[in-house]
Design a protein around this ligand. Structure first.
Ligand code: ADP
Length: 614
């Protein structure tokens, strides 16, 4: 067994590999870029080596630097994780040439599966069913168009060197083919340095079914059943599960056997995944599942397989790389319950899924029975713009699909990340979608209904009331409720927007200066603004006070100006956020103290609005 391991990766997967290696008593060595000096994987490893600037192509993608780091620290083996250099056959070879153990398949297996067209030809020869299509070398546009016609529309143009959902075009009709081909080839040339494409029948009601396989250096290959990764956004997986809903024993047997044949055809060693596309228009059927591609590495979604089989796939990788046989025989593997994984991204679904970066001031992930969290960040750490924005994977196991799904939903509901935005609410909505919930998911679901899932959630009245009360101490007199004190309206700023909350009972001023409210996977910050006693505007109700210490960055009105309720008066920057202060009612700007650029204290008078005489 190897005694030391360098992990040529970052983020959650580096942390995941380190966890198992440590449990096995293996010394762990991390590598890191400038941007990752304080990253979790660096903190988790026994040692860490700096390998260059933030840009991956100058650090995590530079094979020589990684091999040099392994040499310098006396590491015996290199685990590539996923992404980066994990499917780079030259790197795998260089690692072995340097006298190190490569935790992955032989370079020849990677190469054989590296290009989609060559892989499909190999699979056809091995008797693995493949999607009908054109795999030829003739790349003349007119010829490709003719082949597309033969296959029958709709077709998919795929860059043979493509990956990660890039370099694919769906073409619905012959007249759109030429344009789609040009743009696909351009993207393929730019992203992969290879403009070669293949054409495939586009499968309707497509489901993404993949099989985890494992090979060793003694010629054994087993499968660890299937995963369903059909819930995708732009061909990228969003929620994955194992087993696949609606999979009957005969179909499972056929798909898993085909996956083992595929792995054997490339003499596969280590962890790999055979991806299939299934036509689900009449449910999953053994004769409607076709090979798509093989990923010659550990997958992001490997935890769902671990949860249903009880196998630690990283442990198996390290054992097999050390020359041991696969620890279990096929007949010793079975499915226990159901597991589901959601990918938590630092991104803003309400803003077109734009990556969201910054300090994780708040980073809490929900914990439940049967739950598992794989993450690469921590509270107080940074999300930088240099790498994939996935910050955690939430995984839930249960006896049934419903139980796993409910637990995953609970984990997301209980997660609170701020001020970095996440897709947690989007994931909750996806789990709630009636088709997903009933297991009727195809890869187009988010394309059809994603907009509703991406809508920003509103905080519930209960949550607002609770938050308002924590900001404004209220003394309740429950027995006297009928003739209780007049209703009081507390006005608060929620992400810069004024919001009114009605409170019963006697309110007093004071309280905390701000409160974070978290609900349904989203976090807001609420600030007290003013508490209105009577419901009528009193003498000071038009006073616009600074809700917290900060800096005035814009003043939008002038003294004497007429303003309407809700109109923006000025912008305050505080706690790294911008807050708009608006007119509480129609009136005129009787006094204007705020000056752009000035620092202001909490409760400083910034402006005074006088109500219009009625
Ligand atoms: P990549 O290597 O970029 O991940 P894949 O070939 O694995 O590309 O395909 C990615 C996704 O595209 C699949 O998960 C599936 O949703 C969709 N897809 C691929 N091939 C087909 C097909 N023939 N018909 C319908 N959908 C497909």
């Amino acid at each position: 067994m190897i005694k030391s391991l360098l992990i040529a990766n970052r983020g959650e997967i580096a942390c995941r590999v380190i966890r198992t290696a440590r449990a096995m008593g293996i010394r762990t060595i991390a590598v890191y870029s400038d941007a990752d000096a304080k990253a979790l994987h660096v903190r988790s490893a026994d040692e860490a080596v700096h390998i260059g600037p933030a840009a991956a192509r100058e650090s995590y993608l530079v094979g020589e630097k990684i091999i040099a780091a392994a040499k310098a620290t006396g590491a015996e083996a290199i685990h590539p994780g996923y992404g980066f250099l994990s499917e780079n056959a030259e790197f795998a070879q260089a690692v072995m040439d340097a006298g190190l153990v490569w935790v992955g398949p032989k370079p020849a297996s990677i190469t054989a599966m590296g290009l989609k067209d060559a892989a499909k030809k190999l699979m056809i020869a091995a008797g693995v069913p493949c999607t009908p299509g054109y795999l030829g070398d003739d790349q003349d546009p007119a010829h490709l168009a003719q082949e597309a016609g033969k296959i029958g529309y709709p077709v998919l143009i795929k860059a043979v060197a493509g990956g990660g959902g890039k370099g694919m075009r769906l073409v619905e009709a012959a007249e759109d083919f030429a344009d789609a081909l040009t743009s696909c080839q351009r993207e393929a040339a730019n992203s992969f340095g290879n403009a070669h494409v293949l054409i495939e029948k586009y499968i309707l009601s497509p489901r993404h079914i993949e099989v985890q396989v494992f090979g060793d250096s003694h010629g054994n290959v087993v499968h660890l059943f299937e995963r369903d990764c059909s819930l995708q956004r732009r061909h990228q997986k969003v929620i994955e599960e194992a087993p696949a809903p609606g999979m009957d024993a005969a179909t499972r047997e056929a798909v898993c056997a085909a996956a083992v044949r595929a792995a054997k055809a490339v003499d596969y060693e280590g962890a790999g995944t055979i991806e299939f596309i299934a036509d689900d228009s009449e449910g999953l059927r053994a004769d409607r599942v076709w090979f798509m591609e093989m990923n010659t590495r550990l997958q992001v979604e490997h935890p769902v397989t671990e949860e249903i089989t009880g196998v630690d796939l990283v442990e198996w990788q390290l054992r097999v790389a050390s020359g041991e046989p696969i620890p279990l025989r096929q007949d010793e593997l079975s499915i226990n319950g159901w597991a589901m994984e959601a990918r938590l991204y630092a991104e803003d679904p309400a803003k077109g899924f734009l990556p969201s970066i910054g300090t994780l001031e708040l980073f809490e992930l929900g914990e439940v029975e049967g739950g598992r969290i794989d993450t690469g960040v921590y509270e107080g750490g940074e999300v930088t713009p240099f790498y994939d924005p996935m910050i955690a994977k939430l995984i839930a196991h249960g006896e049934t699909r419903d139980e796993a799904m409910d637990r995953l939903s609970d984990m997301l509901h209980d997660s609170a990340v701020w001020p970095v935005k996440t897709n947690a609410a989007f994931l909750i909505n996806a789990l709630d979608h009636e088709d997903f919930a009933s297991g009727k998911v195809d890869t187009g679901l988010i394309g059809r209904d994603g907009e509703a899932m991406a809508a920003d959630p509103e905080p519930s009245d209960e949550m607002l009331l609770e938050a308002a009360m924590s900001l404004t101490p209220v003394s309740f007199a429950p027995g006297l409720r009928l003739n209780a004190a007049p209703r009081r309206v507390a006005s608060f700023l929620l992400e810069g927007e004024p919001i009114d909350v009605e409170l019963d009972g006697e309110t007093e001023g004071g309280g905390e200066s701000s409160v974070l409210i978290a609900e349904n996977g989203k976090v807001w910050q609420m600030l007290p603004w003013r508490v209105d006693g009577s419901g009528h505007h009193g003498a000071h109700d038009g006073d616009i006070l600074s809700p917290m210490p900060g800096k005035i960055i814009a003043v939008d009105v002038t003294e004497g100006q007429t303003v309407t309720k809700g109109q923006k008066l000025l912008t305050l920057e505080a706690m790294k956020m911008e807050h708009s202060l608006t007119a509480p009612f129609d009136g005129t700007v009787a006094e204007l103290k705020a000056v752009a650029g000035a620092q202001v204290q909490v409760e400083a008078l910034l402006a005074r609005i006088e109500a219009v005489e009625e």
